[in-house]
Design a protein. Structure first.
Length: 279
């Protein structure tokens, strides 16, 4: 558990290979857990495609002493499958979930299936009461499929009204977007913590691809600087550490309740930013 006032948490993804899982469990996670995060989360592939690997990683992380939370999405599953999974999580002693809409497999979403995150949150509360602390997703730059800014805020409020405890944002690099978003959430009656999701910058091509897919905006000045470094990976990483450290410091100095790092299963970038912040 973090001893400071600021919430810090980390996200991992379940590696596809046994060697990758071994590295995450025995090297990456212990190194970052030494920083004292409140919890770590483990992603859940499109349509629940990594469900077993997610559970396996969460179980191993918990055995190592981490407070690990599986991501959970409907993934086109019938409600009974979700209920069975929740039972498994409870039996494993898991007390946190990150409830997401997730990606639907092609042709899914028929009658009787859970489609939206607020429905999933309500389902979890109906079947497990207050057993789980539930995190949900928030989008300071607004979900790519949102009809409007106000409707997206409305949907977030619906997740909280259904029983969510806190939210974790999509990553962003425009700090103004986060604080404006927080103001709009407060005006809409949302008073639960909304933690800032932060992605360290280590590879410009990958970042550009991720950002295009999820609707996160990379400010032009950052793009220009990163493009200028070309294949100079060391300069990209050094600049990324500097920019993201400044972003995090500005967030914490101005009232953000905490930071959730999208680690991409890498130790050094997140640890260096954390140390720079003096947390």
């Amino acid at each position: 558990m973090s001893g400071g006032k600021d919430h810090i948490s980390f996200e991992y993804f379940p590696p596809k290979t046994e060697a990758g899982v071994d590295k995450l469990i025995n090297q990456t996670a212990p190194a970052l857990d030494a920083l004292g995060p409140e919890f770590c989360s483990v992603t859940y592939g499109a349509g629940g495609s990594t469900r077993d690997r997610t559970l396996g990683v969460v179980t191993a992380l918990r055995e190592g002493g981490a407070d690990a939370a599986p991501h959970l999405s409907f993934g086109g599953d019938e409600p009974k499958a979700i209920e069975d999974l929740l039972t498994t999580y409870r039996e494993q002693g898991i007390k946190r979930l990150v409830a997401l809409r997730g990606d639907m497999p092609s042709g899914m979403g028929g009658p009787g299936q859970l489609v939206y995150a607020n429905e999933l949150v309500a389902f979890v509360r109906e079947h497990t009461g207050e057993h789980f602390t539930i995190s949900v997703a928030a989008y300071p730059e607004i979900h790519p499929e949102a009809v409007s800014y106000d409707r997206d805020i409305h949907f977030l409020k619906g997740k909280f009204d259904a029983g969510a405890d806190n939210a974790i944002t999509q990553y962003f690099y425009n700090v103004e977007s986060y604080f404006y978003f927080m103001d709009q959430c407060l005006a809409a009656g949302i008073d639960k913590p909304i933690y800032a999701g932060i992605m360290p910058i280590t590879n410009y091509a990958n970042l550009a691809r991720f950002s295009k897919n999820c609707g996160a905006e990379i400010p032009r000045w950052i793009c220009q600087r990163l493009e200028g470094y070309g294949d100079d990976k060391d300069s990209v990483i050094k600049f990324g550490i500097e920019v993201v450290t400044q972003l995090c410091q500005t967030l914490l100095d101005n009232g953000a309740p905490g930071i959730h790092f999208y680690t991409m299963n890498q130790v050094d970038p997140t640890r260096e930013i954390y140390n720079n912040l003096g947390l």
